[in-house]
Design a binder for this molecule. Structure first.
Ligand code: AMP
Length: 398
C-alpha cells in the first residue's frame, strides 16, 4: 500500500477519477466517457492523448485503464490507502460517509428506487474496485447526507402522508459535499467556528442548487425528491407548476416524454433554444441574441427568489456564497442576481465582482452591504478524499 487516496465518481455512461497524496494534494485526475458505446474513451487531465478503450467498455474497463495510466506515470505505485466513492442517494439511512460493508451495499441498493439512474452505477464502481483492490478500505460519500439535518417542516411535501410513509416521498436535497465544503470554507475565511456560522450556499454548475446552512447544519435546500426541483439549470427546468403534467398530458405528451423534456430539454437550453452552457449564452446575449439574454434573466431571477426564500430558515446570516462553474466564473450572473436583492440588503462591489480571483478571501460585497458575499471554488473530490481517509483510519478493516 502507499498513502494515496483514490476518488471515484461513476455517472450513467461516464467515470471520473482523482488521486490524492497523503497531504491531500491532487496528483492526477482522469475521465472516461461514452461507456457502453462503440466510441467509449478515457484520458488523463492535462494530456491530449486518449487512452484506448475496447468497444462497449464498462465502468470497470475504464477504471482499469485509468489506474494503469496512473501507474505508468508513477503516481500510484502500490495500492491506494483508501478509496472514496461518490454515491448520489443515501435516503434517510445515511447522515454521513460510511465504510463499505455488505450491509451498506444492501442499503444503497434499497435507495436505488429513489435514484434509479445513479445508485446502480455507483454500486458498479464499488464492485469493480472490490475486484481490483480487494484489501483496500472503501468509503461512500453521499450527495444527500449533508441535508439529513433538515427539519421535518422543510423536508415534507404537502402530499398525502402515505406517500412519505410508504415510498419515502420527501425532499432529500443533493450537492451535499459541495454545500458542506462551502460551510467549512466560508467559516474559515470569515474567521469563525463552523458551528456558529450561517450561510446561504449557491452551487451553480450544470446542475444548480441552493442551501440554507444554519450554524453549520443544512436546514433548507432547493432540490427535492430528485435533482429536478428548484433553480433553473443547464437542461433541467427546476420548479414548474404541477398542473403542467396534466396540461401536457391533454396535449398528448406522455409521462416519459415529460420526464425527458424537463430533465434534458429545458432550463437554459430550453429557453435559449441554443445551448445549456452559460459561458456561450453570455456571448450570444452580448451579440444581441434575445432568447439567450432571456434565459440568463430567468436563471438569475429564480436564483434571487430562492436566496430570499432561504432567509426564512436563518436567524442570522454570515455570508451568501457562490460556487460551481457559473457561480465561480460569471460576474454577470452574480451581478444580475444581486440586483434583485437590494431590499434585504445585498450589495456587490463592481470591481471585486469582476476580479474576485485576485481578492484572496473571495469577498465581493461592497461597504454598504448588510451581508458578506463570497465566491469560493468548490472541490467535491477533495471533500470525498478527506472523508475516505478519515473513515478508513477511524474504522480499521476487520
Ligand atoms: P460545472 O458543472 O460546475 O463545471 O459548471 C459548468 C457551467 O459553468 C457551464 O454552464 C459553463 O458555461 C459555466 N462556466 C464556466 N466558466 C464560465 C464563465 N467564465 N462564464 C460563465 N459561465 C461559465
Amino acid at each position: 500500500m502507499d498513502d494515496t487516496v483514490l476518488v471515484i465518481n461513476c455517472g450513467s455512461s461516464s467515470l471520473k477519477v482523482a488521486l490524492f497524496d497523503a497531504d491531500m494534494n491532487k496528483l492526477g485526475s482522469g475521465l472516461a466517457e461514452r461507456l457502453g458505446n462503440s466510441d467509449a474513451f478515457a484520458g488523463l487531465s492535462g494530456e491530449p492523448e486518449r487512452i484506448p478503450l475496447a468497444n462497449g467498455a464498462s465502468h470497470k474497463d475504464a477504471l482499469e485503464a485509468l489506474i494503469e495510466a496512473f501507474r505508468q506515470r508513477n503516481l500510484l505505485n502500490a495500492q491506494p490507502a483508501a478509496i472514496g466513492h461518490r454515491v448520489v442517494h443515501g435516503g434517510e439511512r445515511f447522515r454521513e460517509a460510511a465504510r463499505v460493508t455488505d450491509d451498506v451495499i444492501a442499503a444503497i441498493e434499497q435507495c436505488a428506487s429513489l435514484a434509479p439512474l445513479h445508485n446502480p452505477v455507483n454500486l458498479a464502481g464499488i464492485d469493480a474496485i472490490s475486484d481490483l483492490f480487494p484489501d483496500v478500505p472503501q468509503v461512500v460519500v453521499f450527495d444527500t447526507a449533508f441535508h439529513q439535518t433538515l427539519p421535518e417542516y422543510a423536508y415534507r411535501y404537502a402530499l398525502p402522508d402515505r406517500f412519505y410513509q410508504q415510498w419515502g416521498v420527501r425532499r432529500y436535497g443533493f450537492h451535499g459535499t459541495s454545500h458542506s465544503f462551502m460551510a467549512t470554507e466560508s467559516a474559515r475565511r470569515l474567521g469563525k467556528p463552523p458551528e456558529s456560522t450561517s450561510i446561504i450556499s449557491a452551487h451553480l454548475g450544470n446542475g444548480c442548487s441552493i442551501t440554507a446552512i444554519r450554524e453549520g447544519a443544512s436546514v433548507d435546500t432547493s432540490m427535492g425528491l430528485t435533482p429536478l426541483e428548484g433553480l433553473v439549470m443547464g437542461t433541467r427546468s427546476g420548479d414548474v407548476d404541477p398542473g403542467l403534467f396534466d396540461f401536457l398530458g391533454s396535449k398528448g405528451i406522455s409521462a416519459d416524454e415529460v420526464h425527458r423534456i424537463l430533465n434534458h430539454e429545458s432550463g437554459l437550453l430550453g429557453i435559449s433554444g441554443q445551448t445549456n452552457d452559460m459561458r456561450s449564452l453570455c456571448e450570444l446575449a452580448e451579440q444581441g441574441h434575445r432568447a439567450s439574454a432571456l434565459a440568463i434573466e430567468v436563471f438569475c431571477f429564480r436564483l434571487a427568489r430562492y436566496i430570499g426564500a432561504m432567509m426564512a430558515s436563518l436567524a442570522h446570516l454570515d455570508a451568501l456564497v457562490f460556487t460551481g462553474g457559473i457561480g465561480e466564473n460569471s460576474a454577470l450572473v452574480r451581478h444580475k442576481t444581486l440586483s434583485h436583492l437590494s431590499l434585504p440588503g445585498f450589495y456587490v462591489d463592481r470591481d471585486l465582482n469582476q476580479n474576485h480571483g485576485r481578492a484572496s478571501d473571495g469577498r465581493i460585497d461592497s461597504g454598504n452591504s448588510r451581508f458578506a458575499i463570497l465566491v469560493i471554488p468548490t472541490d467535491e473530490e477533495l471533500v470525498i478524499a478527506k472523508a475516505a481517509r478519515a473513515k478508513a483510519t477511524s474504522e480499521p478493516h476487520h
